[in-house]
Design a protein around this ligand. Structure first.
Ligand code: ATP
Length: 506
C-alpha cells in the first residue's frame, strides 16, 4: 500500500539507505543514490548471490564485461530494432506514459457511455472518479445538461464497470481518449557517442541488460577450457533503460543493476525439468536472504505472450508495497541469442561436448534478477512496527527492519553500558575492534542503552552486545540482545563469535 511505500522512502532517506539522485538540484527522475547503509545492504545482497550462484557451484563461472560494447551486439540481439515500449503523450499535461500501464474506462451517464478516460496502472478509485468528474465538467462546458445527481449516479456506475475495464490495457485504444496521442514506439536504450567523430557511425549504447555481455564472451569462456556443458556464466553489473515512466521508488529506475546467469545446456536436454530446478533454486535463495516464502508467487507467461524464440518464461513475483510485481524473470531462450551472434559476427558458437562426442550451439536458461528490486523486496519484507517496553517499563512503538543477518548492513552493535567508565569503554572498544576485523559492526557509546538499541532496530542490526560491570568484574560474559525478540542472554566471548559466525555466514 501507498503508506508503506512512503514509510520506506522516508526511512531510507532518514537513516541513509537511499537518496534521490542529484537532490540538491531538485532530484533527477529515475535515478537514486545509495547512502552509507544502502551501499552495505546492496553489497551484501550481491555478495550473497555471487557466493551461492558462482562460488559455491562447480558449474558456474563469473564475468565482468564492459557497459558500452560494440553497437553490432545490440543489432544482433534485436535491441536496436525492437527494444522499445509503446508510449502515449497526454496533450494536456505533456506527460508521457507507457501505453501498457494505462487503462481505459468508459464513463457512463444515463446508461450511455459518454466518453473514455485513461488512468495509470495502480491508480486508486478516488482519483479515477476525480478524473471522471473532470470529464463531466468538460461536457458541462459544452452545455450538456448534467446535474450533480447524475454525476454521482455516473460515479457509481463508473465504479461498477471499473472492475471490468481495469483488466484491459489501453494500447491502441489511446486514440479514443481525446487528450492522448496515439501510441508510438519509444526506444529504451540510452545513446551516446564514442570517439571524436560526431556522425552516426559514432553512436553507441549504454547496455540495457548485462546478458549480451555474457553471450559476447561465451566463446572466450569456452576457450579457457574450464567449462563443460551444462555450465553457466554469471554477471553482476549496471544496466540502463530510458524508462518512460520510472516509478515506485527503486522498483523501476533508469539506471539499475542486474544479476544475470546464462546457463548453457545441450539442445536435447530436458529444459522443462532444468527450468523448474532453476525456479526452485531462485525461490530458495530469496528465502535465504529473508523474503517469506508465501510472499513469492510464480507468473507463467502464456504461450501467446512469449517471444517467438522463447520456450518458456516464468517470473517470480513479489508482493511489493505497490502490488504483486515481477522480481526475477527465469526464461528458456533456446539457442536464439548465440545463433544471432553466430550469424552477425561470422564466428562459430558451437561447443564440442566430450560426453556425447557431438558439436552443437547450446540452448540457455536465463535467470535475470534486479539488484535494486531485490533490495526493495528485502526492505519491504523487513519493515515492521511492534510494541516493546522501554527503559522505564512503559510500552512504546518501535520501527524495526528485520533483515536476515546475511544481508543486514551492520551485523552487530557493541555498547559499553556507560560512556564515562573507562574500564567499560576500553573493553567494549577492544571487542568492537576484534569483531570489526571480520564483519561490519557498529560502536555506540552515547545515550541511554534503550535508545541505542532502538536506533539499531531501525536500521536492522540483528544483534546488540553490551559490556557491563559483570563483564569486567565477574566472568567476562557480555549481554547479547536479539533485535526481533528483545531477549537478552549472557554469553562468553568465544560463544559470541561462534554464534555470530553461524548466524551471519550460515
Ligand atoms: P518490466 O516488465 O518490469 O519492465 P522486464 O520484463 O522488462 O521488466 P527484464 O528485461 O526481464 O525486465 O529484466 C530482468 C530483471 O531486471 C527484472 O526482473 C527486474 O528485476 C530488473 N529490471 C528490469 N528493468 C528494471 C528497471 N527499470 N529498474 C529496476 N530493475 C529493473
Amino acid at each position: 500500500n501507498d503508506s508503506l511505500m512512503e514509510e520506506l522512502v522516508g526511512l531510507c532517506k532518514r537513516r541513509g539507505f537511499i537518496f534521490p539522485s542529484s537532490e540538491i538540484y531538485g532530484g533527477y527522475n529515475g535515478f537514486y543514490d545509495y547512502g552509507p547503509l544502502g551501499v552495505e545492504l546492496r553489497n551484501n545482497i550481491k555478495n550473497a548471490w555471487w557466493r551461492d550462484f558462482v562460488q559455491r557451484r562447480d558449474d558456474v563461472v563469473g564475468l565482468d564485461s564492459s557497459i558500452i560494447m560494440h553497437p553490432r551486439i545490440w543489432k544482433a540481439s534485436g535491441h536496436v530494432d525492437g527494444f522499445s515500449d509503446p508510449m502515449v503523450d497526454c496533450k494536456e499535461s505533456k506527460r508521457r506514459y507507457r501505453a501498457d500501464q494505462l487503462f481505459s474506462a468508459p464513463v457512463v451517464l444515463d446508461g450511455e457511455p459518454c466518453g473514455y478516460i485513461a488512468y495509470v496502472e495502480g491508480a486508486d478509485e478516488a482519483s479515477i472518479i476525480k478524473q471522471a468528474k473532470k470529464l463531466r465538467d468538460l461536457l458541462d462546458r459544452k452545455q450538456s445538461k448534467l446535474d450533480e445527481a447524475q454525476l454521482l449516479n455516473s460515479a457509481t456506475e463508473f465504479t461498477e464497470v471499473d472492475e471490468v475495464v481495469r483488466e484491459k490495457t489501453l494500447g491502441p485504444d489511446a486514440a479514443k481518449i481525446g487528450t492522448l496521442t496515439a501510441p508510438r514506439e519509444f526506444k529504451l536504450m540510452f545513446e551516446t557517442k564514442v570517439g571524436p567523430l560526431a556522425d552516426d557511425s559514432a553512436v553507441a549504447y549504454l547496455r540495457p541488460e548485462t546478458a549480451q555481455g555474457i553471450f559476447a564472451n561465451y566463446k572466450n569462456v569456452v576457450d579457457t577450457g574450464r567449462v563443460k556443458i551444462p555450465f553457466g556464466i554469471a554477471q553482476i553489473g549496471k544496466a540502463f533503460r530510458n524508462e518512460i515512466t520510472p516509478r515506485n521508488f527503486i522498483f523501476r529506475s533508469r539506471e539499475f543493476e542486474q544479476m544475470e546467469i546464462e546457463y548453457f545446456i545441450a539442445p536435447e536436454a530436458d529444459w522443462k525439468q532444468l527450468h523448474r530446478e532453476w525456479l526452485d533454486l531462485c525461490i530458495d535463495w530469496l528465502v535465504s536472504i529473508g523474503l517469506p516464502r508465501e510472499s513469492i508467487t510464480e507468473d507463467v507467461h502464456p504461450q501467446e505472450k512469449l517471444a517467438f524464440y522463447s520456450q518458456a518464461t516464468t517470473d517470480l513475483m513479489f508482493h511489493f508495497p505497490h502490488g504483486e510485481q515481477e522480481l526475477w524473470g527465469i526464461a528458456c531462450r533456446s539457442d536464439y541469442d548465440l545463433k544471432q551472434h553466430q550469424e552477425h559476427s561470422g564466428k562459430s558458437m558451437e561447443i564440442f561436448d566430450e560426453a556425447s562426442k557431438s558439436k552443437f550451439v547450446p540452448h540457455v536458461i536465463e535467470p535475470s534478477l534486479g539488484v535494486d528490486r531485490t533490495l526493495l523486496a528485502v526492505l519491504t519484507a523487513a519493515y515492521c512496527e511492534d510494541e516493546v517496553p522501554n527503559d522505564k517499563g512503559k510500552v512504546e512503538t518501535r520501527t524495526l527492519l528485520k533483515f536476515s543477518p546475511r544481508v543486514a548492513p551492520y551485523k552487530a552493535a557493541v555498547f559499553p553500558l556507560l560512556k564515562n567508565k573507562p574500564e567499560l569503554v576500553e573493553r567494549a572498544e577492544a571487542l568492537y575492534k576484534k569483531l570489526q576485523r571480520r564483519w561490519n559492526v557498529f560502536y555506540d557509546a552515547s545515550g541511554a542503552i534503550g535508545r541505542r538499541y532502538r536506533r539499531q532496530d531501525e536500521i536492522g542490526t540483528p544483534f546488540g552486545i553490551t559490556i557491563d560491570f559483570d563483564t569486567i568484574e565477574k566472568d567476562g560474559t557480555v549481554t547479547l540482545r536479539d533485535r526481533d525478540t528483545c531477549e537478552q542472554r549472557r554469553v562468553s566471548e568465544d560463544e559470541l563469535i561462534d554464534f555470530l559466525e553461524e548466524q551471519i555466514e550460515g
